[in-house]
Design a protein around this ligand. Sequence first.
Ligand code: GLA
Length: 725
Amino acid sequence: MILSITYNKDYKIFYLSNEECTYAFHIGDGGYLHHLHFGGRISEEDIRYLSRELKTEFAPAYNAREQYVSLDTLPQEYPIYGMGDFRETAVLIRTQSGNRITNFKYKCHKIVDKKPQIGGMPSLRGGETLIVTLWDQENNLQMDLYYTIYDKQSAIARRTVLINMYKESVDILKLNSFSLDINRFSFDKICLQGGWAKERSIERTPLSHGIFEVSSTRGSSSHHLNPFIALCDRNTNEDYGEVYGFNLVYSGSYSIKTQVDQLGFTRIGGGINEKDFCWKLKSGETFETPEAVLVYSEHGLSEMSRQYHRLYRDCLINSNYAYKKRPIVLNNWESTYFDFTEKTMCDLIEKAKGTGIDTFVLDDGWFGSRNSDTAGLGDWFVNTAKLQGGLKNVIKKCHECGMKFGIWFEPEMVSEDSDLYRAHPDWCIQVPNVTPCKSRHQLVLDFSNPEVVEYLKKAIGDILTENDISYVKWDMNRNITECYSLYLNAEHQQELMHRYILAVYALAEYLTSTFINVFFEGCSGGGGRFDPAMLYYFPQIWTSDNSDAASRAYIQYGTSMCYPLSTMSGHVSVCPNHQNNRVTPLKSRMYMASFCSTGYELNLNSLTEAEFEKIASHVRFYQSISDLILDGDLYRILSPFEGNYFAELIVSRDKKKAAFLLMKMSARTNDCYPIIKLQGLDENSHYEVEGMGVYIGNVLINVGLKFQNDLNDFETICLRLNSVK
Ligand code: GLA
């Protein structure tokens, strides 16, 4: 293991290095930190020439003797506002005098073995950490920049902490988690854009001069733009070329901006969205930003993704669950929606008996007067008109049929037609005298009010304590609009978006740590809050409400850019599909739902006998590859965004086992025969390829497998590979 953080006193350079990468910056003239390098591993050489002044007119100098030493032309580690740098700033603080210029300079640093976790927010565990303290003399402000490096990962986790040492409060208008200046700009940028039922489509466009932003102002990380961006060389592809990935461990309103400047440098920075944000930091108080995870790969996008996958499985996801076999669920939502009784539920459970499905999940509609989406949210007690025996009878039925029981909550919401709203109309986010926007007929609870969170701890805690529940699906089906809290004082109103998400984390922390044997799945109208912070509490997330196998090929392919297959929950659903009416072969639905954490979302009682019989063999198939889904290395082979095929290969760490999935998106008459080269296998091992014979690794990698040319629309081929002596 080569893992080290060192400080070279002569060069005043910090080097964070492991076997894969180096991150380096130095303390320049005037005590400002200048970025030098993030990329392939280098030895501790003097590379300060990278931050020597660049002569350019109109560049304001902070040093009267040397008129060309301008922060506007130098690569910054954490750019401050004013002092000559006109580019995007990482920090903007307003003092009570109205001043916004802060002059943070190096003060000291320390290196710690045990990474300090962020208070009240998820962050990665472990890793050696450098904490550089900056000091703003004029305003008595301390800023700590955290850099964590991990063994064998080409990744750096960064975050920022601000401490107000002054006797008066200050307003934080912006405080980035990270900022990085890269000394070139000929990049493509890759984002994961989408919407409801079409989450995380890969969009790749050239980076150009000016500012580009991926962001959310919705109070959640959103369906629309994931808190992720990659910058890659123009010729980088899945397996070749340089790429930088940036992913925020945050679920609220965020922003990541890129800026290409006059000298052809690229600045990228991000964190909590500064729009409508203002945090009052009182004297003596500390503010911590969320963490950002920066990954560098010199072997293309697939390798960047594998870095994220390993890091999140090893250091982010709850270690009790990260590598543990996931429940194989039957969820009743698409088979009944709100229209069910105790009997229909018990019939469904009975039908699943013996299929291998191990958990039955009762979705929306089991509580309060919830017979449609217009009522009941917030009333977390059983609707005994529907379930006469409470949850007990349904749970008993699950146990009789050899299954566990799971249940749906939407903790953050309230319906106007609910006992909770009638008792506490002031508990929702709203502006006095303004009719609030409704979305799915519901309002968002004001999580900045501790009473609201206490109510939910008790209400949800009671259900989980009184019943034998093994699984919870935590949903969230609307975004925040009129952002105002009846609980907060005027001076704290622009803190609401961040306070809201901190309180969501606090409730998630309480429930997941109190009910440690309950498996929690996240959800937000499908994949509207699929981000690393949610993965900290919820080892898997409902990837999309769209479970059409063809749409899922795109959604799961895009999601895998940062997130491991095991974190994507995907179910076999009915045809025609409820979201887009498409008909796909059952086999394709089963295989696509196998390349994630699988389950079922259809009415087993309405399947034909032949269809029903396939379930047990699908579950057995899934079980045979579930270790790969949990722990394997993913190789994206063919992109549905770029051609007519989806193909992925998942290979065990010891390279002895693999699974390959191919889907043809659209049938073509007299089509070419696809010859597909595999990757990630051991060149010298022989592999038995299911149904195709034995091949040596180097043939599979360098020549490839030849497949039939007459696959139909959305038809799939799924193969298991096992190394043989
Ligand atoms: C959201 C979820 C669905 C289902 C419904 C219930 O849309 O994504 O899976 O739970 O809510 O109302």
